[in-house]
Design a protein around this ligand. Sequence first.
Ligand code: KG4
Length: 339
Amino acid sequence: MHYTILAIESSCDDTSAAVMRDGLLLSNVTASQSIHEAYGGVVPELASRAHEQNIVPVVDAALKEADIAKEELSAIAVTLGPGLMGSLLVGVSFAKGMASALGIPLIEVNHLQGHIMAHFIKVPDEDKALPPFPFLCLMVSGGNSQIVRVEAYNKMEILGQTIDDAAGEAIDKCSKVMGFGYPGGPIIDRLARQGNPNAFSFSKPNIKGLDYSFSGLKTSFLYFLRDRLAEDPDFIAHHKEDLCASLEKTIVDILMKKLVMASKETGIRHVALSGGVSANTALRRAFEEMGEKGKWKIYIPKFSYTTDNAAMIAMVGHYKLLDRDFCPLDKPVFTRTTI
Ligand code: KG4
């Protein structure tokens, strides 16, 4: 007997479906929404409409690529939250309808647990080192910046998190201020490669414990630019590489400082990175350095599993299916950040 899961993710602006059989990923199809680029951020109403258009073709493509008929499915796993209400409703309503029509169970997945469990995704014949429990995970995305202690695939504790903006949100806002496109992360990453990370310095937060704050950095960056632009209207064009490299370094320093503290406090030296910002070259480099120095055993996910995807939802779903941990069809979506 096989355990075959169809997973659906629609919490923000990516419509994604994946098929997993016996814990191995068979397909992972994602339709991203370029429409938001023109607005410099995700427009919730437009995101819901695009999910509505994408959901059927994306699910069809995932089943076809996996060569699985819907009658072969054992369960449907879906992101129930956190995320945008309208976006979540499209994926969840679709999943509930399909589970009900096929007479198979529905499995609810927390999006943030999905990002963390992305480390466990394996394709057939792949041999890779999985993080042993307990491990620490730095979860950095457009909506979250958290240090999570992972005890088991379904037992996680937030040790610290941002008290205001997420790291990705700060990056995207600074990118907008410089007149770059959305999302700003990949653009800043690319420009930073040619810049000097020590060219400029921006204020770092002084927050107790393992929590983060990024709103002060955003304001400091804004005022810095305002003052420099008053002297030289072309300041951004002349210094964009150095600006990006210095901003990136500040953010990486802030993230790593608390993570090092968390590792010292807990004594846990298996450390993983998750979420969209984990695609960042400087952050990956800082992680790799900790690994090279022998301080940590590090786990960095493949690029394709760092941004929103249904493969990670299938991974959580797989373990829940083994536990027969199912979700009633009348359970509502949730928008707040929890784990
Ligand atoms: O996890 P994600 O795809 O979406 C959620 O927020 O759930 O993360 C998106 C965030 C955006 O803020 C984007 O600018 C950032 O990840 N990002 C990056 C890079 N690629 C994406 N930030 C820095 N460097 C990158 N290479």
